[in-house]
Design a protein around this ligand. Structure first.
Ligand code: FES
Length: 225
């Protein structure tokens, strides 16, 4: 007798498409990446090393800045260079400060006009700019040539021996250095003492209206004694 075979899916329920997807989603492992933050562990020793390295770098950076930003008038070596020379020739000199008008290293507009000066009066000190304005009959040339205009010279106040600020002694009508006695004429010419050259001068511009502008960034070297 022939046995009737049962249909293959007998007794099983056929599920819908939505149910199949729900089951598949449950079975799928969570594929979203873990969101835990990585923590960098630094030991106390490492922290100390980092702190020391940071402070050393700061000290070196400060020292480097001091090397390119000295006060030229207080350093016997650097006082032989003007800011423009340092900026153009010294490695890192680009960082040397660009001076504003009215501060040493920059330009100064003198209060008096050129016509108000006479060749008989004492040199007129500008303490901020560290120069004397003086009217002379015969301008004294520098190593780089004559920089005076209309008989107006701007003489650097720093002694060419070792850099002391030099006063004008009206009684002697000369500049006499209080440090070692180097003496210079009213027009910057060397007279006696250990200095090896005349006093230096700054470049001067005299405008049509007599306005005097002294550029303390452009120092010119006094001629050898
Ligand atoms: S610094 Fe002026 S004479 Fe020495």
């Amino acid at each position: 007798m022939a046995v009737e075979s049962e249909p293959r899916n007998a007794g099983r329920r056929i599920i819908t498409q939505e149910e199949a997807e729900a089951i598949a989603a449950k079975a799928r492992p969570d594929q979203s990446p873990p969101t835990r933050r990585r923590r960098i562990k630094v030991t106390r020793r490492e922290a100390l090393v980092y702190a020391l390295a940071g402070s050393t770098a700061l000290v070196l950076a400060t020292g480097g800045a001091a090397l390119v930003q000295p006060d030229p008038s207080t350093d016997p070596f650097l006082s032989s260079f003007t800011p423009e020379v340092i900026q153009e020739n010294v490695p890192g000199g680009f960082a040397y400060p660009r001076f504003k008008a009215g501060e040493f290293g920059g330009q100064f507009t003198v209060a008096r006009k050129a016509g108000e000066y006479t060749a008989a009066e004492a040199p007129d000190l500008n303490a901020t700019g560290k120069f004397y304005v003086v009217k002379v009959d015969d301008p004294v040339p520098t190593l780089e040539g004559v920089v005076a205009q209309q008989g107006i010279q701007a003489i650097y106040q720093v002694c060419t021996h070792l850099g002391c600020l030099i006063p004008f002694q009206a009684a002697e009508n000369r500049f006499i250095c209080p440090c070692h006695g180097s003496t210079f004429e009213r027009n910057s010419d060397y007279v006696r003492g250990p200095a090896a050259r005349n006093l230096d001068q700054f470049v001067v511009e005299v405008g049509d209206d007599g306005t005097i502008v002294v550029d303390t960034g452009k120092r010119r070297t006094g001629l050898p004694a």
